[in-house]
Every structure is written in C-alpha cells, then in structure tokens.
Ligand binder design. Structure first.
Ligand code: FIX
Ligand code: ZN
Length: 421
C-alpha cells in the first residue's frame, strides 16, 4: 500500500482504517480461557467448538430427545448431533455457527467438504501450546485475560501449588459466589482457614478482605469481577451490598485495581440446558449510577447484558470518569448489535471505551470472535473518520493507529492505571 501522506483523502480513509483495525493487536480483557498450565481446563478443537453452550441452545430448538439423554452422551457424539442439526440439516447462518466456519476457514481447512472427521483428524495433529500460539497469531490477540475463581475446585489447586505463568495470559479474580451466595461462600472460606461467620461483623469483613488480598496477589489479578442478576439493586440492605461496600470496594481501592460488574443475567431460566440455560433481563442502571457516585475513587468496569440498557450505560459513562464500559457481552455479541453499540459509543464517548471482549470459552473462538468484531468495528470507524473528513478535518494515519491502539486495549490500560483523587 502506497505510503499515505498526512492528508488522507476521504476514499482512502476507509481502506486505511480497516487495514489499521485488522493489523492492530488486541488485548482480550474477558475470556473463560486458561493458561496452558491448567491443562484440560483450556478447551480447544472442533468438538469443544461444537458443544459450545451457544450451539447447544440453538440445537435444542431442533432436538426432541430428553435433555438427560444428550448430556449423558460422550462429547464427540454430542458434537456429531449438533453438527448434523445446525450445519447439515439446516444452513449454519447463525452467528455462532458462522463463527465455527470462520475459524476453520482461517485455519486453512476446507469446510466445503463438510467432513467432520477430516476436520477432527486435522486437530489431532496439534499440541495445546502450539495451538495457543497459532490462534493468538490468527486472531492478532496480544494478551488474554482469564476468568479465575478461587471457588472453582478444578482451578484452585494449581494456583495454591503455584506454576510458571504464560505471560500472554493475565488473571481476573472472579467472586460471584462471594456476593451472590453468602453465607454459603462464607462456610467455604471458613473451611479454608478464614475466620468468618455468616454474620458480616467487622472480624468477618476483615477476613473477607484477607481472602481477596491473598487471591489478588496469588493471581496478580488485573481486576475483581462479578456478574450480577438483572434484579441487582444498589444500595439495599443485602449481604451482597454490604460485602461490596465494606470488603470489595475498599479492597479494590487499596490495590488500585478496578471492580468489574456485569449486570443483566437471568441465571438458569432453563436448568436443563445447563450453561446454555441463562437468559437476559433489563437492569435498573440506577444501581450502577449509585455505585459510581458512592465511590468516586473506585474504578468500575462495566458491561451490561441487555440491549435496552446500552444507551443509558453510555450516558452514565459520560457522567462518571470512574466508569469504563467494555464489550458487547454474550447475547449482544452479534454483528448487528456490535454495529449499533459501537456507533452509539463512538458518538457519545469518542474513543474512551473498550469496544469488545471475546468471552471465548474455547480457544479457537478468539479467531472468529475477533475477526467478526474487527470487521464491524472497522466499518463503523471508517464511517466515523469519513464523517470527520467531511468537515475538512483530515485524520492522519498515525492518529488512526493511535486511536485504534486505545480501543484495542490502550484505553483499558490507561483506565486501570488511573489514580482517582
Ligand atoms: O458471566 C460470564 O462471564 C458470562 O460470560 C458467562 O457466564 C457465559 O456463560 C458466557 O459464556 C457468555 O459468553
Ligand atoms: Zn464471561
């Protein structure tokens, strides 16, 4: 591509923006992936791609078998059924199905043959370590933030034993059980040597803080994170709110790390679907407003699940510098909604937000989730810089590169190191 002088003519802007967006590495600030040191906890490969809970939900729109019969099948047979229902018996037009094909295509596999076993043979030649590198290169992802729960019995032992970290994988301290199911979480803490009682007296609160400090240090956690129901209310006199006020917020302020809140989930509306059984509900964002106002020195990261909340969320971020919004979460991670949300955010917040995170549960998903998101974000930005040029203000290539770097992780880093006084 011919070097572009500072003055970018309008019709070259789109090409330049889309090129910069595809070439700029992104840090993926929320995933359910694991450092390879966690072994089988890191899911990858075609069968894990096919039994992803998004595809399970879509498949049960066609399956008439008892739920238990499906869950009792080995993973490869579950994958066979899903492949047949969503890719063979019906055209794989949904975002999640298209995603599987985008990933296979970018990996260089010929999906036209529709030969699942040939695809399986291809995957059987990889090691997890090499495949992590391959997927991060293809997705142009520079770092992956995990979701790490001290309440996860499969994950916790390795943290306690200690291991050599893969620097490409950072950690986030996930504390849903602590806030959502106190005092059960309290008995778990007590079982691990923390002097807590179900009553949130000062002694218990300081032990909860000790728990948060221990795990923040052990994981070198970038932030503390919780997903909340769509009925989350702040303030109220619940244990959840007391723990937020007296333990989580002071802890985050002490460590200078953000508190990431993800409201809007209706957990397990259909438990037969297991992980695929969660749904969405509009949230009263007055709670997030109250949190930001109550703790002006605390940094809040927020992504909200309901489409109906997105405009209000952007406006809230205009009011509170201690609020950084990120991602098109879960049921919002669809091109039409990523487009709508990114446009609204650029128009209301300029570049001071993080447009996307992958929420990948299977490593290969970072390939399609970022490929699809970059396409949409690139298109929106190209139009926005085009509109800018129409005013006579000509953005330079360096400026576009600077801006995209911010959107793909720089603004998040700036926010994390913000010292709020
Ligand atoms: O709470 C979360 O972090 C959600 O992202 C998950 O619970 C959800 O199952 C998911 O995978 C969404 O993409
Ligand atoms: Zn998630």
């Amino acid at each position: 591509m011919t070097p572009i002088t500072t003055e970018l003519v309008r019709d070259q802007i789109a090409a330049a923006v889309e090129e910069v967006v595809s070439r700029t590495p992104v840090s993926d600030i929320h995933t359910h992936l694991y450092d390879p040191a966690f072994g089988n906890l890191l899911l990858w490969g075609i069968d894990d791609l096919l039994v992803y809970h998004y595809l399970v939900a879509e498949s049960f729109r066609y399956f008439d078998m008892p739920f238990e019969k499906f869950w009792n099948l080995p993973k490869s047979e579950q994958a066979d059924l899903i492949w047949d229902a969503l890719f063979i018996q019906n055209s794989p037009v949904s975002e999640s199905c298209r995603g599987v094909l985008t990933t296979l295509n970018l990996l260089g596999l010929d999906v036209r043959k529709r030969d699942l076993n040939a695809i399986r043979r291809w995957f059987s030649e990889w090691t997890a370590e090499d495949y992590v590198t391959r997927c991060m290169e293809l997705a142009n992802v520079s770092s992956i933030c995990m979701t790490n729960s001290p309440f996860d019995d499969l994950e916790r032992p390795l943290w306690e034993k200690g291991f050599t970290r893969d620097e490409r994988f950072t950690a986030a301290l996930r504390i849903d059980p602590l806030l959502i199911s106190w005092p059960n979480a309290g008995s778990e803490l007590a079982g691990r040597g923390y002097q807590v009682t179900s009553d949130l007296n000062p002694g218990t609160i300081s032990e909860v803080r000790r728990f948060l400090s221990d795990w923040t240090r052990r994981m070198n956690a970038r932030f503390v994170m919780v997903s909340l129901s769509n009925e989350f209310q702040y303030p109220d006199d619940s244990d959840c709110v007391r723990l937020i006020n007296e333990a989580v917020v002071p802890h985050c302020e002490e460590f200078g790390i953000p508190f990431a809140v993800m409201p809007g989930v209706r957990r397990q509306v259909n438990p037969h679907l297991k992980l695929a059984g969660d749904a969405v509900g509009a949230t009263d964002l007055g709670s997030l407003q109250n949190l930001c106002a109550a703790f002006p020195k605390t940094k809040f990261l927020a992504t909200v699940l309901s489409r109906e909340n997105q405009h209000e969320l952007c406006v809230l971020a205009r009011k509170f510098r201690n609020l950084h919004i990120f991602g098109c979460w879960w049921f919002l991670n669809n091109p039409s909604l990523v487009d709508e949300m990114t446009r609204m955010r650029v128009e209301l917040l300029g570049l001071s937000f993080t447009p996307q995170h992958s929420d990948a549960r299977v490593l290969d998903q970072i390939v399609y989730k970022w490929h699809h998101s970059r396409q949409v974000i690139g298109k929106v930005l190209a139009e926005k810089y085009g509109d800018l040029a129409a005013t006579g203000w000509m953005p330079t290539r360096d400026e576009i590169e600077r801006d995209v770097k911010k959107l793909f992780g720089g603004a998040f880093e700036e926010f994390c190191s913000l010292q709020l006084r």
